[in-house]
Design a protein around this ligand. Structure first.
Ligand SMILES: [Zn+2]
Length: 227
């Protein structure tokens, strides 16, 4: 079954979604950006978060969890090998099994229609910011000077929406339902979520074999995983 999931994400608070790599930037935690320097959301970041949520959900539904599926992502050594692999590795892949779904990067929707030169004007209205953060020494419970760091954040105008696409091929509707339930369970993305960064709301639409399918009905089918 061909699966297409379309996402529209609006952020309620500024976000810091990085690449996880040290980039040339004055910030210690720079934003991930596309070739035109627009902050974007790497598909791999969203995929990792959704995988984690799906795992949490399915482990609550399948009880007891089969012994063959002792799977501890993201450590490759502890993930499913062989033919009997867990539903999460089936969908999201493991070092030994290709992923059956692809998460594209989420990009600013307005830019899909506008040429990159307009980004400068847009950037003037809503530039990225640097936020100072203080590292806490957990043992001593005090802030330390050398743990000062800066986080680059972006607060998109409410009219700016990120859009993304997830596509792939899944065998059963309950796999799609799990994927959607996982997506719905991600309230925020990026770093410093507990301090209020990166809270979003997500609009989801789905096509199965090219046919629009109501998301709320489909999501109910996650219950079919119950044993
Ligand atoms: Zn697994």
């Amino acid at each position: 079954m061909k699966v297409d999931i379309y996402l529209k994400a609006a952020f309620d608070t500024p976000f810091n979604i990085g690449t996880g790599m040290l980039a040339e930037s004055i910030a210690d935690k720079p934003l991930a950006k596309d070739a035109s320097r627009r902050p974007m959301i790497p598909g791999s970041t969203l995929k990792g978060r959704v995988r984690h949520e799906c795992e949490r959900i399915i482990r609550a539904l399948i009880d007891p969890w089969p012994k063959d599926w002792e799977c501890e992502a993201p450590d490759p050594k502890e993930m499913c090998k062989g033919s009997n692999i867990c539903p999460i590795c089936q969908i999201f892949g493991s070092p030994w099994h290709p992923s059956r779904i692809i998460f594209d990067n989420l990009t600013l929707e307005i830019m899909a229609k506008a040429p990159p030169r307009n980004w400068k004007q847009l950037h003037g209205i809503r530039a990225t910011d640097l936020r100072a953060g203080v590292g806490i020494n957990r043992e001593r419970g005090v802030a330390e000077d050398d743990l000062l760091y800066s986080t680059e954040t972006f607060s998109p105008h409410p009219a700016l929406v990120y859009q993304g696409h997830i596509n792939g091929s899944l065998q059963e509707r309950k796999e799609v339902a799990l994927l959607l339930a996982g997506l719905r369970s991600v309230p925020a993305l990026g770093s410093s979520r507990s301090r209020g960064l990166g809270w979003w709301h997500l609009e989801i639409s789905v096509k199965l074999d090219g046919q629009s399918t109501p998301v709320d009905e489909l999501i109910q089918e996650v219950g079919k995983w119950c044993h």
